[in-house]
Design a protein around this ligand. Structure first.
Ligand SMILES: [Zn+2]
Length: 338
């Protein structure tokens, strides 16, 4: 059974007239889940409490966000992150929904979960909003899972076209949370070099797989098959959280990649099958994805795979970037190979 949080209430985070991270994204996605669908359990969103948020953010920052959200006002939190009257409450609901699905997945009430919530989270820093993100939903869920469920290994997989600098920052010196990311590079926000592999106790537990623009399904399949899958096998995460952004889609107006909707399904199939081998539940949290039809299509492919479907065969494509990833990450994870 797949637990899905999809609710029009997430349209109440108002980003102004022309913002790509628009309420319409939720409207489009929600049309996939209007009716009762076999294999899907609809889960109501629930607010995170402030203690949960403070597992990953400074108290003063959380207060600042609460105070910024006032009637009739749009406040710029950074260059491109806006909050409106309801944004604080909706951001609490977004984080709370990922927390709820994570708890249900760890309690085996659902096999997997997907929170179609906004604002997104992976750029949000400890005490700063950034890149459309206010609270780091997956980082909060990872910290809560470690604290309340007695687990020791959480893996965050991020296939958004942008590097999740906020998430990487949160766990850069921490081996209890591994961060794996494929992202366009160089690109916003500028972080995510292949040589950034963590520090101290966390050395080797940040796995960056940067790719230059224009990459297709096969390049992504190669990174997931040859780098991610063997690392899952070796690390044996007890929970997998996915920062699921769909802005690497060929139709996306912001990203410069060339993925198809089925490509997202194929990536998901590799994650699903590797997770099954180590019995790790998977919870997806929506990040980017700004072409509305591509967003809806890609999510439909991902959900089909999570319900047990199979994706068409996509041949992996090698290249010098893949070689560098393999050479770098094999130092820490000898199973990584082509
Ligand atoms: Zn993005």
């Amino acid at each position: 059974m797949i637990g899905i949080v999809s609710d029009p209430i997430f349209m109440d985070h108002d980003t102004g007239g022309y913002h790509p991270e628009s309420p319409q994204r939720i409207h489009y996605i929600h049309t996939l889940f209007y009716q009762n669908t076999p294999g899907i359990m609809m889960i109501d969103p629930v607010s995170a409490n402030v203690d949960d948020i403070e597992l990953n953010h400074d108290r003063s920052y959380v207060r600042r966000i609460a105070q910024c959200c006032r009637p009739g006002k749009l406040v710029n939190l950074d260059m491109d992150t806006v909050c409106s009257e309801d944004s604080y409450n909706i951001a609490l609901l977004a984080a709370g929904s990922v927390l709820r699905l994570t708890g249900m997945a760890l309690n085996k009430e659902i096999d997997a979960g997907f929170a179609f919530a906004r604002p997104p989270g992976h750029h949000a820093l400890r005490s700063n909003a950034m890149g459309f993100c206010i609270f780091n939903n997956v980082a909060i869920a990872a910290r809560r899972a470690l604290k309340s469920f007695g687990i020791k290994r959480v893996m965050i997989i991020d296939f958004d076209v942008h590097h999740g600098n906020g998430t990487q920052d949160s766990f850069y010196g921490d081996r209890n949370v591994m961060y794996f990311s494929t992202h366009q590079y160089p690109f916003y926000p500028g972080t995510g070099a292949v040589s950034d592999t963590g520090k101290g106790n966390g050395l080797g537990y940040t796995v960056n797989c940067p790719l230059s623009g224009g990459k297709r399904d096969g390049h992504y399949i190669a990174a997931y098959r040859y780098v991610l899958a063997p690392i899952i096998q070796a690390y044996e995460p007890e929970l997998i959280l996915v920062s699921a952004g769909f802005d690497a889609h060929a139709m996306d107006p912001i990203g410069g990649m060339d993925l198809s909707s089925k490509g997202f399904g194929a990536i998901t199939e590799i994650i699903r099958d590797a997770a099954r081998e180590v019995s790790a539940p998977i919870v997806f949290a929506l990040e980017g994805g700004y072409n509305l039809n591509a967003l809806k299509d890609s999510i439909s492919c991902v959900v089909d795979i999570m319900k047990g479907g199979a994706s068409p065969d996509i041949a992996p494509v090698s290249g010098p970037e893949l070689d560098t990833m393999i050479r770098t990450h094999r130092k820490f994870w000898p199973l990584v190979h082509q």
